[in-house]
Design a protein around this ligand. Structure first.
Ligand code: MBD
Ligand code: FE
Length: 313
């Protein structure tokens, strides 16, 4: 059946009433958005001849998605976080603020208030004795390569099972989450463990939809960063470790060529000793360039719901 009703006065009138156009109160921005989104939903139903059975499946899907708290996981899986990045990159370019280390998506697993230290932090709690020791080092500079002291490098990553502390209650508090303030030479150093990639919960709503699309729900091994310093553009980014099966096939579309980093195995005992280690380790180097700005709105991360944000300093 191919009935066309979108152009009728009845449907146009319905959409305007749905969005509260004929009512005084409410929020004009919300009205505009709801009108547009509902128009596009109706148009999709018409164009694709969506059946009532399909429609109700979608309604119950949204219910279940909320119940298992996966809306912010489905979003990156559907490329929405990536699309916001594409827009912010284009805005930066338009404002003459392009450059520096590229941004990439935050993801849903940040926890605010991780322990803060100067220059160095050990990030793992030492309980995973089978994990490969990681030394993560880097230099934070401005666009001219001048080192930036006192930049805050907020790092978080998964354990060897791809799980993040706080969300994985079996891990200790703030395991694999630290804030490191760059030293007088602009450097930060972390001792941690090499993370494994993340996989969506196999029984969850996100994976359920990905299955329908013939897609997997995996991310490569990666490490998240927020990097900030007053008078510089806030940077939200990640590095993806080279050589992972999913480095260039990330379900969340976070990989960027400039953010793929080699993890180098170091057997040299003298080098290990430099980091206080008595055995081989794997070194990951990630240097970061920040872009100067006097626009204070660009110096802060975007607002969204984050675990423990507002509860800790
Ligand atoms: C992650 O660890 C992540 O970084 C993203 C973007 C989505 C799900 C899990
Ligand atoms: Fe992640």
């Amino acid at each position: 059946m191919t009935v066309k009703t979108m152009q009728t006065a009845e449907v146009k009138d319905l959409l305007e009433k749905v969005a509260g156009f004929n009512k005084e109160g409410g929020n004009e921005r919300v009205k505009t958005i709801v009108h547009r989104v509902m128009h596009d939903v109706f148009q999709t139903i018409e164009d694709l001849d969506i059946t009532p059975d399909e429609f109700w499946q979608a309604v119950y899907y949204v219910n279940a998605l909320g119940q298992n708290g996966e809306a912010a996981l489905l979003a990156p899986g559907l490329g929405m976080d990536k699309y916001l990045d594409i827009r912010m990159d284009a805005e930066d370019a338009q404002a003459g603020l392009a450059g520096g280390t590229p941004r990439t998506i935050e993801g849903p697993l940040y926890v605010a208030g991780a322990p803060k230290s100067e220059g160095f932090a050990r990030m793992d709690d030492g309980t995973d004795e089978t994990a490969e020791t990681m030394i993560l080092t880097g230099l934070v500079t401005d666009e001219n390569g001048q080192p930036l002291a006192n930049a805050v490098v907020d790092i978080w990553h998964a354990n060897t099972k791809g799980a993040y502390s706080y969300f994985d209650q079996s891990q200790s508090e703030y395991n694999l989450r630290r804030r490191i303030v760059t030293d007088e030479n602009g450097r930060y150093t972390a001792r941690s463990i090499i993370p494994a990639g993340y996989g969506c919960p196999p029984e969850g709503c996100t994976q359920q939809l990905l299955n329908e699309l013939g897609r997997h729900g995996n991310r490569p091994a990666h490490i998240h960063f927020f990097v900030s310093k007053p008078e510089y553009k806030h940077l939200t980014t990640q590095i993806n470790l080279a050589g992972d099966e999913y480095t260039y096939d990330d379900f969340a579309f976070a990989t960027r060529e400039e953010l793929v980093v080699d993890a180098v195995r170091v057997e040299d005992a003298a080098k290990a000793e430099l980091f206080g280690l008595n055995g081989p380790f794997t070194q990951v180097e990630f240097n970061i360039q920040l872009v100067a700005t006097d626009k204070s709105a660009l110096q802060a991360r975007h607002e969204r719901k984050r675990a423990l944000e507002g509860e800790t300093a």
